[in-house]
Design a protein around this ligand. Structure first.
Ligand code: ATP
Ligand code: MG
Ligand code: FE
Length: 357
């Protein structure tokens, strides 16, 4: 089975062609991604109107490029999948309308995909992970712990009540005068820093609920930076090191509890080692990866991290989610599917304060 995937929910325009074989294995035939990083860098964050315009300009070209690389025509496809939410509405419209147009012209079924489902299922394409497993999604727009029970069966165990983790990295970088995107710059600066010089809070640590909060941490960073101004390079390095350590400690606490809950609920068979899968741009952070690897080793979980290119936004995961849905018989044609800026993966998960994505 062969699917085209389109992604345009945030600041990446992407198109991909992916095949799925009857044994469940997948193969990436084309994977093109255009990041809008430079367009947004001057603003220190994603500007919705700039993003929408950039998607319009790039989508047709990327679509043609993906089909050409995969050496297929739309007629050879079995379906077309596009992200229809959650995300920035202007960008979503571009991908959804393009996908519907291709599907209509080629008389193929259209699959409107939840972006989060794309992230959740990627590890099955790249590492063949089997259900059920836990997923930690840490990106610029999302911070969630999700139990992935099957295709279309998700339980959200935790989410952020304010900022997403990538957003916290970006805001910290901004107030320290480091460039956008902040994550890689904070990580680089932290390498030369002392994690203990500045004391920062560990928000929600020790609480039984599995949610996150990062805005208090950001405020503490601002206060520390103001108290130390003017900042030397060493001061910046020490603040970054303390911030990254606070983040890693917080994640460790939440994930340890999640792994325990997974074991307590006896979600997987005794014979199989359960997996923790990461997704999202923050999963590129090596301090966070090291912490998660060690934690999983201690708790008897396998730590699964797809290649960073497929952890950040891409269209391979959207095509793959379409293929998985098709194989599970979950959806066949939905030309009427609307785009939506908010769309929780787990329908029972009610929006918390702030961005209840
Ligand atoms: P969405 O939330 O819709 O999936 P996004 O585009 O905001 O999309 P990603 O592209 O997955 O998210 O990731 C970008 C985020 O990852 C940015 O906030 C960036 O700062 C962060 N990031 C990237 N590399 C690192 C790193 N090494 N350490 C920490 N954060 C990082
Ligand atoms: Mg992005
Ligand atoms: Fe994403």
């Amino acid at each position: 089975t062969l699917f085209l995937g389109l992604e345009s929910s945030c600041d990446e325009t992407a198109a991909a062609v992916v095949a799925r074989y009857p044994d469940g294995r997948g193969e990436i035939l084309a994977d093109v991604v255009l990041s809008q990083l430079e367009e947004h860098a001057a603003f220190g964050g994603v500007v919705p109107e700039i993003a929408a315009r950039a998607h319009v300009e790039a989508m047709d070209r990327l679509l043609a490029e993906a089909l050409q690389k995969a050496e297929v025509t739309p007629n050879a496809l079995d379906g077309v999948a596009a992200t229809v939410g959650p995300g920035l509405i202007g960008g979503l419209i571009v991908g959804a309308m393009t996908g519907k147009a291709v599907a209509y012209a080629a008389e193929k079924p259209f699959y409107g995909i939840n972006h989060l489902e794309g992230h959740a299922l990627t590890a099955r394409l790249t590492e063949g992970v089997s259900f059920p497993y836990l997923m930690l999604l840490v990106s610029g727009g999302h911070t969630q712990i999700v139990l992935v029970k099957g295709v279309g069966r998700y339980e959200r165990w935790g989410t952020t009540i304010d900022d997403a983790l990538g957003e916290a990295f970006d805001k910290t970088a901004k107030l320290l005068g480091l460039g956008y995107p902040g994550g890689p710059n904070v990580e680089a600066a932290a390498k030369n820093g002392d994690t203990k010089r500045i004391a920062l809070p560990r928000p929600l640590k020790g609480e039984a609920r599995l949610d996150f909060s990062f805005s208090g941490l950001k405020t503490a960073v601002r206060q520390a930076a103001q108290a130390m101004a003017p900042l030397s390079d060493q001061d910046i390095a020490d603040i970054c090191a303390a911030f990254q350590k606070a983040v890693a400690d917080t994640l460790e606490d939440r994930i340890r509890r999640s792994l325990k809950r997974f074991k307590d609920e006896r979600l997987s068979s005794e014979s199989e080692m359960p997996a923790l899968v990461v997704a999202g741009g923050v999963a590129a952070n090596s301090a966070i990866r090291q912490m998660l690897t060690a934690l999983c080793n201690r708790e008897g979980f396998s730590f699964v991290a797809p290649p960073v290119r497929l952890c950040t936004d891409n269209a391979v995961m959207i095509a793959w989610a379409g293929l998985e849905r098709a194989a599970a018989g979950l959806q066949d044609n939905d030309m009427t599917m609307p785009v939506r800026s908010r769309w929780p993966l787990d329908p029972s998960a009610t929006a918390l304060i702030g961005s209840g994505k």
